[in-house]
Design a protein around this ligand. Structure first.
Ligand code: GDP
Ligand code: MG
Length: 221
């Protein structure tokens, strides 16, 4: 189904403009290098992995988040707490353990409390990355939530040893170096939560001319 934007541009006779504005290369996603990523001095390694793919940074800042900003971030999606609570409860049961509560919302609350402590423990770096399928590709490179089971070759799989089991034993959030938006809809909510419009810079790079070149003309002299 076409979006309201599509119908608006068609009505205005601007079909080509619509496709230009909605081109996949304009997709943006939020990445936060979490406090453990900064402590492990992995900023360069993390940035390199997204950058070498062809994505570009359009906004970046370093700061110590407040608990309020973190809580709001995780609750931007009203279903997140319930979903994460259900996910966590299922993983406890799979291990043959009892979840801390039978209510997924309560389990979600526990996850949020631990995340607030973890995410406010030191500086983080928040970035907006732009490029074709930015959300999906950043997630692919970042790897699964639990480093222990994240694929080899992903950032979480290559650089951390943490597991839900260790995090639960120590009553803390799992340390997985990075937050990355989980979907385009999530990115659309998360980016304005951390960045004012004027902090995001529209600019071009020479490599984009190659990555998104349509007809590959004018290469041979
Ligand atoms: P992400 O998008 O891969 O970071 O994963 P989610 O959005 O599902 O979860 C966000 C954060 O909640 C994770 O980085 C973990 O710290 C925590 N979390 C998610 N799922 C679980 C779980 O099953 N158990 C526990 N203990 N924590 C979880
Ligand atoms: Mg997520």
């Amino acid at each position: 189904m076409r979006s309201a934007y599509y119908h608006y541009y068609i009505t205005c006779g601007e079909r080509d403009l619509f496709f230009k504005l909605m081109h996949p290369k304009t997709e943006r996603t939020l990445v936060i290098v979490k406090p453990d990523g900064i402590q492990r001095t992995l900023i360069g390694e993390i940035v390199k992995r997204y950058e070498r793919l062809g994505l570009k940074i359009v906004a970046l800042k370093m700061f110590v988040p407040t608990e309020r900003m973190i809580e709001e971030h995780y609750l931007l999606d009203p279903d997140w707490k319930k979903n994460v609570g259900e996910k966590a409860s299922a993983s406890y049961k799979k291990k043959g353990e009892m979840p801390p509560s039978s209510d997924p919302i309560e389990v979600g609350n526990l996850v949020v409390t631990r995340l607030k402590k973890y995410m406010t423990s030191g500086p983080v770096i928040a970035m907006v990355w732009e490029g074709a399928h930015a959300v999906e590709l950043v997630r692919k490179i970042t790897g699964g939530t639990e480093p222990r089971s994240a694929d080899i070759g992903t950032i979480r799989g290559d650089f951390v040893v943490d597991s839900y089991q260790m995090a639960d034993s120590d009553n803390r959030a799992i340390r997985n170096l990075i937050h990355a938006s989980g979907s385009v809809a999530e990115a659309k909510m998360e980016i304005p939560h951390w960045f004012a419009p004027e902090e995001i810079i529209n600019y071009r790079t020479p490599q984009e001319a190659t990555l998104y070149d349509v007809d590959m003309k004018n290469i041979l002299g």
